[in-house]
Design a protein around this ligand. Sequence first.
Ligand SMILES: Nc1ncnc2c1ncn2[C@@H]1O[C@H](COP(=O)(O)OP(=O)(O)OP(=O)(O)O)[C@@H](O)[C@H]1O
Ligand SMILES: [Mg+2]
Length: 409
Amino acid sequence: MNEPLKQKSLPPGENEFRLLVDSLQDYAVAVLDPEGRITAWNTGAAMIHGFQEEEIVGSYFQRLYTSEDQAKSLPQHALRQAAADGRYEEEGWRVRKDGVLFWANALITALRDRQGRLTGFGMVTRDLTLQKREKEASRRSEHELRHQARHFEEQLIASGESLAGIIASMAHEFNNPLGIVRGFTQDILSEIGPSDPRYRALQIIDEETRRCEKIIRDVSDYASPKGAAVCSVSVAHVIEKSLERVESHLEKQRVTAVMDLQPDLPEIYADPQQLEKMFVNLYLNAIDAMPEGGTLTVKAALESRDAPGLHRGQKQEPEEKSSSPAPLPLRGGEEKGEGVLITVTDTGAGIEPENLQKIFRPFFTLKKGKSLGLGLSICERIVKSHGGWIEVESRPGHGASFRIHLPLD
Ligand SMILES: Nc1ncnc2c1ncn2[C@@H]1O[C@H](COP(=O)(O)OP(=O)(O)OP(=O)(O)O)[C@@H](O)[C@H]1O
Ligand SMILES: [Mg+2]
């Protein structure tokens, strides 16, 4: 005859064990006879199923199942499987005494005596309703997110929003928080000295924030170049101003800048800001190529536009240039006439011949992890938008020289 768990006429040790089982509140522990009648019921079972021990002991455990599952004989199936395999685990709905359903994980174990005869079953049930709801909610929200993303994508396509537009608005969204981070970082940096243990970390935050800002600037410049604001510009002035902008980089890398500007250069029609951006990109590349220091030379002179020129990315020795004049490549609408030739030359590592053709491609970079590789493609776009063209020659190990041809008007 099976007795409820709370009865205490037990051998020493087992009493404590049963008290422990009885006190479990998150687990409904029940003992069933071989036919499935409940013979023992702990406190956890009373809490989870809502039936007190005296109400349920003697009932068939089928009572805990939904009527649909009873009709499908799931309880009998569970007992048969447990008897056959030693254990049977399932998840499904169970009915509390008050009729409320809960999602249960139930493990039914066959209990056998020393002779192997089936004496009953142990059943441990957990209420997983909350976990199930959370899982469903996260599945639903994932589904909703996907749905929203698809909807957004369709709307974008339908509205004809260009990638450039999306990048521009993303750049705008990113710039504000980055500006705030940098502002606060600089405030704190100015308040603490280099001896402060946080100083280096803050410097890194500052540098990385600047790097992010540059990436955003480059990507949005590349995706949606600004319309040129053309006016009469002194090339010499733009060159000087752009050199000032990289002064700290020159100093840091011990690079000497030399300017060789033809006096009385006529002004050209150009967008000074875009020209400045182009020069800064070229100078920064040159400085990057001279980690041990060197010389950056910027020359500007009038050139006759029917003079021979190099194709972009082609390497050509000076002797060849004068001995075999090639027709001027017509790019970006240039015509014969007068123009300005600006040369930016460095004494750095130079560019391998196989890379000369690639360096103007967007996202080509040998500074992986540090740069995006958009600098020269932005330069090329700026020069072209001014009706000019850019070319490069280099002797690896001896430096590189970028030539920018700009028409006078
Ligand atoms: N003056 C130079 N000397 C040597 N290599 C150069 C020079 N200028 C450009 N390069 C090479 O061309 C590559 C492309 O240059 P580009 O300016 O487009 O991109 P980046 O400098 O790598 O990245 P970003 O300009 O976007 O920060 C560089 O990674 C570098 O390998
Ligand atoms: Mg660059």
